[in-house]
Design a protein around this ligand. Structure first.
Ligand code: NIG
Ligand code: FE
Length: 419
């Protein structure tokens, strides 16, 4: 008889997402989210030790005065959300750009003129590490209240070695000190800095010859990403960076076909990237190739919404072709300033026609696959880390339906109630 630390009982819907720890969900599997009615979860030593119907579980566990018992009657319980694509360590955000964009300036035009990402680069360079840490910590606090228990975090507001390393060190420290788990990605090739405007290849040299070896040497990242976009990095420059990164031991990711169809999805398949992200303009061929290569498509509808773009990624086509789809906030200071995974799920349903069940798979188990962590997180299964969220909702469909509201009531991280 287990003597558990924590037990959740009577959940109206326990959404387990079980069965896909080794391979992300594709096609029909996305709809199958493993709902147990009147469900229970048992936790011991930070891990899930039993999952099932309340009346069966109750006979198996030895509840002691030390066990925390939570009655989830009328509630929905899900695994903590995993956000596989964020830029949370930065100096200042860029509210002034909203007015510019409302008046018709394009996002890439603002970047071209030295604003956008380059504006945040300036403010990030000037901020001491402690201030970057404190501001990013607040963002993680918000994520946790929104039911997000793991985030990926990218550098990319340095564009020179010292500041890139500073951002990654801050991010790593957040992972050690914050309840939210943080997974680091090196994104030295996020924009071309002003001084290199006429010599983009020389900047690529700097990324691969100077930054990358130091990131690897200090063990500061698991993944390497690049912004492959018109006027930023070409497909060939992206191939060079990702190939070098892979050789150095980092797993490739790519900002692909976000605004213009460049062939980023095809490149992701070529280099066997863990994920290709954005994909607003991914080609038919690119989608097919990603499905064949098993590259997770991380869709970021919040970004296209915030950039006032009416055309969203073709989620239905991707699902039909067998691309494992995931969702993310893309939390960043310029193109998607939100921590609300619930709102992203609503957008996925309303703008990309994903079903609530598909969107929930994409925000949990498939998002865990997008950061190579599906063996530990992303579902409610025996042996997994006890990252659980109790929502004040009668069923999972209520989440995208009653939109723009945070329905999270309780968050459990590694078996401890943290919200
Ligand atoms: O994922 N597209 C490139 N990078 C970020 C935006 C960063 C910013 O605007 O500060 C993105 O959308
Ligand atoms: Fe991004």
């Amino acid at each position: 008889m287990t003597k558990p630390d924590l037990v959740i009982l009577n959940a109206r819907e326990l959404v387990t997402l079980e069965g896909n720890s080794y391979k992300p969900k594709t096609k029909e599997e996305l709809k199958n989210i493993g709902i147990i009615k009147d469900g229970a979860v048992v936790v011991k030593d930070e891990k899930i030790v039993a999952v099932g119907k309340t009346d069966e579980i109750i006979n198996k566990v030895n509840i002691t005065p030390k066990t925390r018992v939570i009655d989830a009657k009328d509630k929905t319980v899900m695994p903590g959300f995993v956000d596989p694509h964020t830029h949370i360590v930065f100096g200042e955000s860029r509210e002034r750009e909203l007015g510019l964009r409302i008046n018709g300036r394009e996002y890439l035009e603002i970047l071209e003129a030295g604003g956008g990402i380059l504006g945040t680069v300036e403010s990030t360079k000037n901020k001491p590490e402690i201030e970057l840490y404190e501001s990013a910590k607040k963002r993680l606090d918000t994520f946790l209240k929104e039911g997000v228990t793991t985030v990926e975090s990218k550098s990319g507001y340095g564009l020179e070695t010292e500041t890139e390393l500073k951002q990654l060190r801050v991010s790593k420290k957040l992972g050690r000190t914050h309840q939210v788990d943080v997974v680091n990605t090196f994104l030295g090739a996020h924009a071309i800095p002003k001084d290199y405007k006429s010599y983009p290849d020389a900047f690529v040299d700097l990324v691969v010859d100077e930054m990358l070896p130091q990131v690897v040497e200090e063990g500061l990242a698991e993944f390497c990403d690049i912004f492959c976009e018109k006027g930023v990095f070409s497909v060939e420059q992206s191939r060079r960076v990702l190939t070098k990164a892979k050789k150095a031991g980092l797993l490739p990711k790519i900002h692909a076909d976000e605004i213009n169809p460049l062939g980023g999805a095809e490149l992701a398949a070529d280099v066997k990237a863990v994920s290709a992200d954005h994909l607003g303009k991914a080609s038919d061929q690119g989608i097919k190739r990603m499905a064949e290569a098993g590259v997770v498509g991380v869709l970021l509808p919040g970004t296209l919404f915030f950039l006032m773009n009416d055309e969203y990624a073709r989620a239905r086509k991707m699902i039909e072709e067998g691309v494992p789809t995931a969702l993310s906030t893309d939390r960043n200071p310029g193109s998607s300033p939100t921590e609300s995974m619930s709102f992203i799920i609503s957008l996925a349903c309303l703008k990309m026609k994903m079903l609530p069940s598909e969107a929930i798979s994409a925000a949990t188990i498939n998002a865990a696959h997008a950061i190579n962590k599906a063996d530990k997180i992303g579902s409610i299964e025996r042996g997994k880390q006890a990252d659980l969220v109790i929502f004040d909702m009668p069923n999972h469909e209520y989440l995208p339906y009653h939109y723009g509201i945070n329905h999270v009531e309780t968050v459990i991280k590694k078996g401890t109630v943290v919200v």
